[in-house]
Design a protein around this ligand. Structure first.
Ligand code: GLU
Length: 278
């Protein structure tokens, strides 16, 4: 689903990479009375999940964000999207630059020490994206001697370093679109991150026929909505996510945004929403 919305604040913030001027602040983020804003960190460069094109935002995470915001009492006009790249998400929540993050954000213990999560609302799994004509990479154990790209601060980058192929060269970019560019021009051999994200790139019109996902998913990445520690929006967000799954919106958002490109593992999806609220 595409949402058109001009947000001078969000766009200026992205340009300047200083987002504090757009924050709704600590004391006005718990409801919509008085017409205040909910500032939501999303990805701007992940087709099918979180994508910004001019003043349009689209993707599964965007639809989830609008749905939850609505249940929390915010209209679409009150939602401001800002870019939150992987490595910046906890920091942006901790210093109030965003009120929530809906950005392919894996819930895990290390992050839960810093922030709260509502969710999960989707369980993805780590995968590998290679060039369409590459038959030499078949899974995480066939990466020795290869150049791999992932994103700094991401769980999948860390997993490769910790658990797989010691002979792999890992380049850590700041966004996945940078990795995909490098794969396209042959600088690297594979991109690793969640299969949902990789499927979104493989299916994007500009990359049609260029890339393929290989092997089985080799992790579980439960996506949560990141919130500041102790947020009183955490339980209401869990309730909203449950409703989203029960009323059919979850299926609809998946179909509209990822369609045939990606089918989440039915053994773990739709997930049981439990949340990690402090
Ligand atoms: N879900 C993984 C993570 O949160 C990878 C995707 C991302 O970098 O946003 O680390």
């Amino acid at each position: 689903m595409r949402h058109k919305k001009f947000s001078a604040c969000a766009m200026a913030a992205v340009a300047a990479l200083t987002l504090s001027a757009c924050s709704s602040g600590d004391d006005d983020s718990s409801g919509s009375e008085g017409g205040e804003t909910l500032t939501v960190g999303i990805k701007f460069d992940q087709p099918g999940l979180g994508l910004q094109k001019g003043s349009e935002y689209s993707g599964f995470d965007v639809d989830v964000a609008y749905y939850v915001a609505d249940k929390l009492g915010y209209s679409e006009d009150q939602v401001e999207f800002v870019q939150s790249v992987t490595a910046q998400r906890e920091t942006m929540l901790e210093n109030g630059q965003v009120d929530m993050v809906v950005a392919t954000y894996t819930m895990n213990e290390a992050r839960e020490e810093q922030i709260d999560f509502a969710g999960p609302y989707l369980v993805a799994g780590q995968g590998l994206l290679v060039k369409e004509d590459d038959d030499s990479i078949t899974g995480p154990d066939s990466l020795d001697g290869k150049n791999l790209c992932s994103v700094s601060g991401a769980v999948p980058a860390q997993r490769i370093k910790d658990e797989y192929s010691t002979g792999v060269q890992l380049y850590e970019a700041s966004t996945y679109s940078e990795c995909v560019e490098l794969l396209g021009n042959g600088t690297i051999d594979a991109v690793t991150t969640d299969d949902s994200i990789l499927a979104g790139y493989a299916d994007a019109p500009e990359y049609e026929g260029k890339f393929k996902l290989v092997g089985e998913a080799f992790s579980e990445e439960p996506y949560g909505i990141g919130l500041p520690n102790g947020s009183d929006q955490c339980e209401p967000a869990n309730d909203a996510l449950n409703e989203m799954i029960e009323d059919g919106s979850w299926d609809k958002f998946l179909e509209e945004n990822l369609g045939d490109a990606y089918t989440p593992d039915p053994a773990t999806n739709p997930p049981e929403v439990g949340g990690s609220c402090s």
